[in-house]
Design a protein around this ligand. Structure first.
Ligand SMILES: [Mg+2]
Length: 113
C-alpha cells in the first residue's frame, strides 16, 4: 500500500477507535493544526538562530521538533480525510501555483521584490 494512504488510514483508525469523530469537525481540526504549530514554535521560542543550530546535535531537542511536526501532519491528514482531499495532489498543485506567483527568474535570491 502507498505509504501516504497507509498514514491516512492510520489517522482515520486512531480517531474511529476512540469514537472521536464527534470532536473532529473542520473548525476544531483547523484549530488543532494551529495549536500543534504553536507547540512546534515552542522549541524555538527565546532562542536565537545560533543557539538553535547548536542544539541540533541534541537528540532529545530534535526529537521534540520532529514530534510536533508529526502532530501538525497528523491533524492536516485528519482534515484532509474529513474534507476528502488528496493532500499530496493539493500540495503539488499549490507548488505549481507558487511557481507562477514567484517566478524563479524574478525571485532568485529575493524573498520579495
Ligand atoms: Mg504536540
Amino acid at each position: 500500500m502507498d505509504k501516504f494512504l497507509e498514514l491516512r488510514e492510520a489517522v482515520s483508525d486512531f480517531i474511529r477507535e476512540r469514537e472521536w469523530e464527534k470532536f473532529h469537525n473542520p473548525k476544531d481540526i483547523a484549530i488543532s493544526i494551529s495549536i500543534e504549530a504553536a507547540e512546534l514554535l515552542e522549541n524555538f521560542q527565546w532562542r536565537d538562530k545560533k543557539e538553535v543550530e547548536n542544539m541540533l546535535d541534541d537528540e532529545e531537542y530534535v526529537n521534540s521538533i520532529i514530534e510536533e511536526m508529526a502532530d501538525v501532519m497528523i491533524y492536516l491528514i485528519a482534515l484532509s480525510n474529513k474534507l476528502n482531499v488528496d493532500l499530496i495532489d493539493a500540495s503539488f498543485k499549490k507548488i505549481k501555483k507558487n511557481e507562477k506567483k514567484y517566478p524563479k527568474e524574478k525571485f532568485k535570491g529575493n524573498a520579495f521584490l
